[in-house]
Design a protein around this ligand. Structure first.
Ligand code: OSB
Ligand code: MG
Length: 361
């Protein structure tokens, strides 16, 4: 089985600003392969620069091309692939792209929707929205539109020094919505006193306030503030999740299959977190319709108890590479019913959006 990696570029409807930068387009590496008449897809969640984590599109392409492609040649199961890739340290985003493609392949071969292979499902995913940083009046308008659209949780991107005012202004107008804030690791433990001032706003959680690879300081911060801490970047693998639970570094887990090396590890993290009494939701990385379909299948599982960053495609793109985008009703999205991830690729638009393709053998 030969892999193809295609870099597609989709302009975002509006720029997305986090504490680590602004994205105006999604530059996605889409991994695909054909075997026995079945075509499967995966998406790598890296972007152009190493600002969320150390991986970016260049490192992921290198790892997939020079190290992972050959491990997927004989179409292993996702678990077998991960086993073989185990001696490669880190690079979980690169691994996840291939691992998830193998889940799609397996489900399509068995002619079942992906979610059937993952576990008991609610039949839908509860959906929240992640709003990038903007002028406060713009953010307030976006919150208003999000609440009107039925989103079940609103997450505000914040950064050190800009967190208090925006949360206060949104809370003033919306005292009862499920609200959270994501700092993308822009604070340090020295900011504990400012972060404590957020306690009065009754946030569902504060996401990744401290270092992108930290657990210890998050555990210390958890003892100083009453807002629950949610971990995203720091949960870079299953062991880190177990350790986070053990030392009380977070009560809420943002499970991103793209960050964790794929769905096998995501299921494990969700399971261990819930067993420990923590909450779990599925995050996003502005994925195209391909990556989105995996996230929504995962988010529909019974083990996931909080709304995810799994907005429908039209929240991000005027047009997506799939011709059957998701739609949201009452803050819920149903996973696709077709085989595998169930997306129909819009071949023409996919080609038109392609920047470059690599055929690997
Ligand atoms: O920290 O969750 C994050 C997007 C890119 C990188 C990191 C994050 C995000 C989001 C957007 O919050 C979630 C989405 O809607 O896909
Ligand atoms: Mg986050």
């Amino acid at each position: 089985m030969a892999l193809t990696v295609t870099l597609v570029r989709l302009p975002l409807l509006s720029p997305f600003t986090t504490s680590f930068g602004t994205e105006t387009a999604r530059n996605a590496l889409i991994v695909s392969a054909e075997s026995d008449g079945v075509t499967a897809f995966g998406e790598c969640v890296t972007s152009v620069g190493p600002y969320y984590s150390y991986e970016d599109n260049s490192t992921a392409l290198h790892i997939i091309r020079d190290h992972l492609a050959k491990l997927a040649k004989d179409v292993p199961s996702p678990a077998e692939f991960l086993e073989k890739a185990g001696s490669i340290k880190g690079h979980n985003m690169a691994k996840a792209a291939v691992e998830m493609m193998l889940w799609d392949m397996e489900a399509k071969r068995k002619k079942v929707p992906l979610v059937r292979l993952l576990g008991p499902t609610k039949g839908y995913a509860d959906v929240g929205i992640s709003l990038g940083m903007d002028r406060p009046d713009v953010t307030l308008k976006k919150v208003e539109a999000s609440v009107a659209r039925g989103y079940k949780r609103v997450k505000l991107k914040v950064e050190r020094g800009k967190e208090y005012d925006i949360v206060r202004r949104v809370r003033d107008v919306y005292p009862d919505i499920k609200l959270s804030a994501d700092a993308n690791s822009s604070f340090t433990l020295k900011d504990a006193r400012s972060l404590k001032r957020l306690d009065r706003f009754g946030l569902a959680y504060l996401e990744q306030p401290l270092g992108h690879d930290d657990l210890i300081d998050h555990a210390k911060l958890a003892g100083e503030i009453s807002t629950p801490i949610c971990l995203d970047e720091s949960i870079s693998n299953v062991d880190r999740a177990r350790q986070a639970v053990e030392i009380g570094a977070g009560e809420v887990f943002n499970v991103k299959p793209g960050r964790l090396g794929g769905l096998c590890n995501s299921l494990e993290v969700a399971g261990l977190a819930r067993t420990a009494g923590c909450h779990v939701w599925v995050g996003g990385m502005l994925e195209t319709g391909v990556g989105r379909a995996f996230n929504i299948a995962l988010a529909s599982l019974r083990t996931v108890d909080y709304p995810g960053d799994t907005s429908p495609n039209d929240r991000y793109f005027a047009k997506d590479v799939v011709s059957n985008p998701f739609s949201m009703e009452g803050g819920r999205i149903k996973p696709n019913a077709g085989d595998g991830i169930g997306v129909k690729l819009d071949e023409r638009f996919f080609r038109a959006s392609s920047v470059r393709a690599w055929k690997l053998d």
